[in-house]
Every structure is written in structure tokens, then in C-alpha cells.
Design a protein around this ligand. Structure first.
Ligand SMILES: [Zn+2]
Length: 356
């Protein structure tokens, strides 16, 4: 029997999985998805690699799931898409035999109605299914002053905790640009979180529950860029662990469960070092986007002569090309290259065969 239930995890199950990762020195890939192709590719990979997975929707990913043609006024499309996307995962995760943490990515202050709408949906889901729709939500108030950041997170955390939802918060700022949020010109000092800020947040959140994770900035940057003036410094995380352990007299060397954002392009050594310092979740988006595109690009290059008209190809002027342009053909190839890149992430994160 495997350690973790198959399907979407919640409450103590999430804590148990993240604690297991912390104790056994691995981190779980948290993959941004935008539709059923990427969700299914995630589940197929997790099943084949025999490990859990974190599937997450960004605000833009959630509204995309509902469709770009739907109005997003008042976060309507992002809430509906977030619910619809979650329901798809609930329907198929157990069938794939995979343990899933279902999560939403960055939610800045102006997007709070989105997560609030999803918590409402989880409360309704809880009444009939005895579990929330989402395992966890991230609130990213890192642009606000620290006290305001944590006050708002605590307020939401109290609601989430009632139905077994874990919270992820952000301290410091992840550089770069993602999902329409541009932090490319941010002051460099903000890219490195201070241990005092982590300790302050830890104590405030602990007063509600232990079901939280912290995304602390250590020079990480969203997206992939040429080498710049920001340096990845995982040691920042270790400093916070030591500070907190000493301050509160804790037994564990890594009392804080950290999340690694903006890790695209990082070396395996940097990733493993961050895991040593308590990273249990690593967000993977940009590299997966590229991998999906690579499948489409290569498919087109390989079959170019068969993709110029519905009828007529290098084999003859009257031969139909339906079996080449059927979206299932090229989307499946893209799923394949997506999976190949995700397997590499699982290996980097020391997360192969962790469900047994
Ligand atoms: Zn992020």
C-alpha cells in the first residue's frame, strides 16, 4: 500500500506529504496548467514516475480554462475556470492512481476576490464531499508592507483552515515577469528575504494552524533570462531556518516548509541545495511552456509537407491530410515533450518513486 491516498489531498494529508518531503530531502514539482492537455500530461507523468504531484492554476490559467471568450469582470471567468479546472482534476486523479495537491498560484491584493470565490466553492464542496475543492491557495501580498501582508493572509487562512485548505504566502519579491505581473525593475534588496520577516510570519500563521508554506525570495526570478545581476542564494533559506530554530527552541533543523518560485534555468546543484534547506515545493512553469511548444514546433517541422492543405502532400496530389492536422495528433506530441521535461524536473527534485 502506498503512503498517500490517490486523488486530491487535503488537510492533514497535505501536511503529511510535505513533511515527508522535508524529512526525505525531496521537493514536489508544482506545475502550472492551462487546460486538460497539461493536466492529463502531469498525471500521466506522476503515475509513470510513481510520485505525487502538485497541479496549480494561476489566475490567468484559471480564466483560460474557462475560455478567453468569457468575461472576467469581477474575476468571474477566473472563478468559474478555477472551479471547472479543479473538477477535472478531481474526476481523473484517482483514475490515474496519483496523489495530487491541487493549488492556485500567485494571488495579489487586487485578485483576492478570485481566491475568495474559490474558497466559497470549497465550502460548498465540503458540505457534500467532506473535503474542499482545492488543497491549497497561495496569497502573494509581497508588494504590500510586511504587517499588511501577514494580516490579510491570516484573515484568509482562518477561512481556509475551516475546510482543510493549506496556505502558501510570499515574502520578499520574486523577480522577473509572470502572468502579467512585472517585477523586472524591482529593488534588489527586496529579492532577498530577511530571517526576521520569516520568523514574524511563522509565528503569526502558527497561531492559526501549522498548515502553511512560505515562498521566500532568495534571488529567484520568474521566467528565463540571460544571466543578470541577481544571484540565486539558497543560503538565505538556511539562515531563516537557523534563526527560527534558535529563537523558538525548535527540535527540527528545517521547521519551515519553503516553496521555490522562479527556478527555471536553475542547476540541479542549486535545486538540491535549496531542498537541503527545507524547500518542499518547486514551481515549474516557463520550462514546461517551452517543452509543450517544442512538441508543436518539431511536429510541424517534421510533417510540413502534410500540413499545407487539407488534400495533397508529398505522396500525391489527391491524398487527404486529416490524420496529420487532427489536433489530437499534434497536441499529443506536445504532451509528450511536456512529460519529458517534467521527468527531468522530478529527477532534479529527487522526487522519483516517492509514493511507494
Ligand atoms: Zn511564482
Amino acid at each position: 500500500m502506498s503512503k498517500f491516498r490517490k486523488g486530491v489531498l487535503f488537510g492533514d494529508e497535505v501536511t503529511a506529504l510535505l513533511d515527508h518531503a522535508n524529512e526525505h530531502n525531496y521537493a514536489i514539482p508544482a506545475v502550472n496548467v492551462v487546460g486538460t492537455n497539461t493536466v492529463n500530461a502531469c498525471l500521466e507523468t506522476a503515475r509513470d514516475i510513481n510520485s505525487p504531484i502538485i497541479i496549480q492554476y494561476s489566475n490567468g490559467g484559471a480564466s483560460f480554462f474557462a475560455g478567453k471568450g468569457l468575461s472576467n469582470e469581477g474575476q468571474k471567468a477566473a472563478i468559474i475556470g478555477g472551479i471547472s479546472g479543479a473538477q477535472h482534476v478531481h474526476q481523473v486523479a484517482e483514475a490515474y492512481g496519483v496523489s495530487v495537491i491541487l493549488h492556485t498560484d500567485h494571488c495579489a491584493k487586487k485578485l483576492l476576490p478570485w481566491v475568495s470565490g474559490l474558497i466559497d466553492a470549497s465550502q460548498r464542496h465540503y458540505e457534500t464531499h467532506k473535503q474542499p475543492l482545492y488543497s491549497s491557495h497561495m496569497l502573494d501580498l509581497s508588494e504590500e508592507p510586511l504587517e499588511e501582508n501577514i494580516d490579510i493572509c491570516v484573515e484568509y487562512f482562518k477561512r481556509m483552515h475551516q475546510v482543510g485548505i493549506t496556505i502558501e504566502i510570499e515574502l520578499g519579491v520574486t523577480g522577473g515577469e509572470e502572468d502579467g505581473v512585472d517585477n523586472t525593475d524591482i529593488d534588489n534588496s527586496k529579492l532577498y528575504t530577511q530571517p526576521e520577516e520569516v520568523a514574524y510570519s511563522y509565528e503569526k500563521l502558527m497561531a492559526v494552524s501549522d498548515k502553511f508554506t512560505i515562498a521566500a525570495a532568495f534571488g529567484n526570478v520568474h521566467g528565463v533570462y540571460k544571466q543578470g545581476n541577481v544571484e540565486l542564494t539558497p543560503k538565505i533559506l538556511k539562515n531563516s531556518q537557523i534563526f527560527l530554530k534558535d529563537k523558538l527552541g525548535l527540535a527540527s533543523d528545517n521547521p519551515i516548509k519553503f516553496v521555490f518560485h522562479g527556478g527555471s534555468g536553475s542547476s540541479r546543484e542549486e535545486i538540491r541545495e535549496a531542498i537541503d534547506y527545507g524547500v518542499v515545493k518547486m514551481n515549474i512553469d516557463t520550462d514546461q511552456q517551452w517543452a509543450f511548444w517544442l512538441g508543436v514546433r518539431d511536429y510541424y517541422e517534421k510533417n510540413k509537407g502534410y500540413l499545407q492543405a487539407q488534400i495533397g502532400n508529398p505522396d500525391g496530389d489527391d491524398i487527404p491530410n486529416k490524420k496529420f492536422y487532427d489536433p489530437r495528433k499534434w497536441l499529443r506530441v506536445a504532451e509528450g515533450t511536456f512529460q519529458k521535461r517534467l521527468i527531468q524536473a522530478y529527477e532534479d527534485l529527487n522526487c522519483v518513486n516517492q509514493a511507494v
